[in-house]
Design a protein around this ligand. Structure first.
Ligand code: ZN
Length: 310
C-alpha cells in the first residue's frame, strides 16, 4: 500500500504534476450574438501554458449540435476548447469547420473527429493542411514541448469544391470563402443571418498582423475589401478581441492598404528596399498594436518582395 502511494507521489511530482501546473490557460466562451460564441485566445506566442491556443475560435449552438469553427493547435488544446463549449451547452460538437492550415486552426481535428464530429473545409484548405502538417507539428513542438502528445494531424476529411461554398447545418447557414491571405487556402466563415464574420487569419486586431513567407498581401487586401463590402455587424478576428468593422478596418484593412499601396508601389517603381523600409518604419496609425516592433519591418520586407516580383 505504502509502495503504491510512493509510486503515485513519484508520478505526481516527476510526471503528471508539472503538466498540471503548466496547463494554466483555460479559454472561456463569450457570447457574440444570439447563439453564436467566440473563444478569444491570448495575443502572445504559443506556449505550454496556452497549448498553442493563441488565436480565436468560435461556435454556434444549434438544436442538433454544436458547429465549431477551428479546432485548436493540439489534442490538449482541443480538450480545452471542448471544456469552454461545455460551459455553455451540453450539446455535442457535430461539425468542425476549418478556416485555415496554421496549427491552431486544425491540429485539434483528430480529437473532435474521435468524438464523432464531421470535419469540413474548402478543398484547398485541406490540401494545404496536408502539405504543411509536418512543418506545423515541428514548430508547435518547439513551443509546447511534451504537451504536443496525442496530437495527430487530420486534414479535414470532408472537402468542399469552389472558391466559396454554402453549408446548412442545424438550421444555420454558413458561407466559406477563400481569403488566401495569411496562408494559401485560408478562408472565412460568414453567418449571413447573424451578420457575424469569423475571419480566420485575415483579420487581426489589438496586435499587428503577420506577413509570412507564404502569405499574400495582395490577396489579403483583396479579401479585406470583400469582407468590408459584406458590412458585418461583428467580427471574430483570427487574433484579438471580437470587434466591429471600423476597428478591423483601422487595424487590418488600412495596414493591407498601406503595404500594397506604399510598399507595393515603391517595389514596382524599383526604389531601393532599405530606404523604403526606413521611410515607413514608424507609423503612428499602427505602432500601438502589439508585436509592431517585432513584425512591422519583416512584413514590409515580404510585401516589397511580393510586389517586386509581379
Ligand atoms: Zn493564426
Amino acid at each position: 500500500m505504502l509502495k503504491r502511494y510512493a509510486l503515485i507521489l513519484f508520478a505526481a511530482v516527476f510526471g503528471l504534476f508539472p503538466l498540471a501546473v503548466r496547463a494554466g490557460f483555460q479559454p472561456k466562451a463569450e457570447l457574440v450574438t444570439d447563439n453564436v460564441y467566440a473563444i478569444v485566445g491570448p495575443l502572445g506566442q504559443r506556449s505550454a501554458d496556452n497549448d498553442g491556443l493563441n488565436a480565436n475560435f468560435g461556435f454556434i449552438v444549434t438544436p442538433t449540435g454544436v458547429i465549431l469553427i477551428d479546432s485548436g493547435a493540439s489534442r490538449l488544446g482541443a480538450e480545452k476548447i471542448a471544456a469552454a463549449i461545455a460551459g455553455v451547452t451540453k450539446q455535442p460538437v457535430r461539425w468542425v469547420i476549418n478556416t485555415g492550415s496554421q496549427d491552431h486552426r486544425w491540429l485539434g481535428n483528430d480529437y473532435f473527429a474521435g468524438k464523432g464530429a464531421e470535419v469540413i473545409a474548402l478543398a484547398r484548405t485541406a490540401a494545404t493542411q496536408a502539405e504543411y502538417a509536418g512543418q506545423q507539428m515541428e514548430s508547435l513542438k518547439r513551443f509546447v514541448g511534451e504537451r504536443i502528445k496525442g496530437t495527430q494531424p487530420l486534414p479535414a476529411p470532408k472537402t468542399l469544391a469552389g472558391d466559396s461554398a454554402t453549408l446548412e447545418l442545424g438550421g444555420e447557414t454558413l458561407t466559406l470563402t477563400y481569403t488566401d491571405a495569411h496562408f494559401p487556402g485560408d478562408a472565412w466563415v460568414w453567418l449571413p443571418k447573424h451578420r457575424v464574420m469569423f475571419s480566420g487569419d485575415l483579420v487581426y486586431v489589438d496586435r499587428l498582423l503577420g506577413v509570412l513567407p507564404w502569405s499574400s498581401v495582395k490577396s489579403g487586401q483583396r479579401a479585406f475589401h470583400a469582407l468590408a463590402a459584406l458590412k458585418p455587424a461583428r467580427i471574430v478576428p483570427g487574433h484579438g478581441r471580437v470587434c466591429d468593422l471600423a476597428q478591423a478596418q483601422r487595424e487590418t484593412g488600412d495596414y493591407y492598404d498601406f503595404l500594397a499601396g506604399k510598399v507595393g508601389a515603391a517595389a514596382r517603381e524599383m526604389e531601393p528596399m532599405d530606404a523604403t523600409l526606413d521611410r515607413y518604419a514608424d507609423l503612428s496609425a499602427f505602432r500601438h498594436l502589439e508585436n509592431y516592433g517585432e513584425l512591422h519591418r519583416a512584413n514590409m520586407n515580404r510585401a516589397f518582395t511580393e510586389f517586386e516580383s509581379q
